[in-house]
Design a protein around this ligand. Structure first.
Ligand SMILES: C[S@@+](CC[C@H](N)C(=O)[O-])C[C@H]1O[C@@H](n2cnc3c(N)ncnc32)[C@H](O)[C@@H]1O
Length: 184
C-alpha cells in the first residue's frame, strides 16, 4: 500500500502521528475484544497534538469506558472546539510517564480493568517493559511502530501472558499497530 494511506493521517485539520490504517486497526482491535467484561479504561501514552486522543476518547465514550492520555510536552490542542466539546482537558495529564507522580497515576488507571493500554510514547520499548507487568488477564495491549520502535524481544519476556490479537488484520491493512490480549 502506498500513497495517502501511508502518510500521517489528517483529522479535524491537524495531522496525527498515525496512518489511517492504524486508526482502523484500533477500531478492529476494540471490536474484536472478547474479554470477560467490556473494557473499562483506555490509556494512551503519548498524546502529541491530541487528535488520536479525540478518536480514543470517542471510542471510550461509545464503549462506556474511561480515558486517560499522558504526554511530557505541552503540545496538545486542548482548546479546539472538538476538544472542548469532549472535555479532552479532563482526560489529559502532562508529565513524564516514567517519573512520579505520573507513573503512579498511570498505574492507578491500569487497575480499572479490563484496560486497553496503547504505548505510543517516545520510548515504546521502555513503556512496554515498565507497564506491561501491571496488565492482567483480559487486558489489551497495543503498540505503534511495531518492528521498528518495539520488537519481538520487548514482548518476549511476557510471551506467557499476552497473546497476539488481530495480527492478521493488522498485516492485511499494513498497519504498524500490534495488539495483544493478556490471556493468563
Ligand atoms: C509518537 S508521539 C504520540 C502520537 C499520538 N499518539 C498520535 O497518534 O498523534 C509521542 C509523544 O510522546 C511524548 N513523550 C515522549 N517521551 C515521553 C515521556 N517520557 N513521558 C510522556 N510523554 C512522552 C512526546 O512528547 C510525543 O508527543
Amino acid at each position: 500500500m502506498t500513497g495517502i494511506l501511508q502518510r500521517n493521517a489528517p483529522f479535524l485539520g491537524k495531522d496525527m502521528l498515525q496512518h489511517w490504517t492504524d486508526v482502523l486497526a484500533v477500531e478492529l482491535a476494540l471490536n474484536a475484544y472478547d474479554g470477560p467484561k467490556p473494557l473499562r479504561q483506555i490509556v494512551e501514552l503519548g498524546t502529541y497534538n491530541g487528535r488520536l486522543s479525540l478518536i480514543l476518547l470517542l471510542q471510550a465514550i461509545e464503549r462506556q469506558a474511561m480515558f486517560l492520555t499522558v504526554d511530557l510536552r505541552d503540545h496538545v490542542d486542548l482548546d479546539s472546539p472538538a476538544a472542548c466539546y469532549l472535555h479532552l482537558r479532563a482526560h489529559y495529564i502532562q508529565g513524564d510517564v516514567f517519573s512520579r507522580p505520573i507513573y503512579d497515576i498511570v498505574r492507578h488507571a491500569l487497575r480499572c480493568r479490563p484496560v486497553f493500554l496503547l504505548c505510543d510514547n517516545g520510548n515504546k520499548s521502555r513503556e512496554v517493559h515498565t507497564f506491561v507487568p501491571f496488565l492482567t488477564k483480559g487486558d489489551l495491549l497495543g503498540v505503534h511502530d511495531w518492528g521498528s520502535q518495539v520488537v519481538e524481544e520487548d514482548i518476549a519476556p511476557f510471551t506467557h501472558r499476552p497473546a497476539p490479537h488481530i495480527w492478521k488484520e493488522c498485516e492485511e491493512i499494513e498497519s504498524t499497530m500490534r495488539f495483544w490480549k493478556v490471556v493468563a
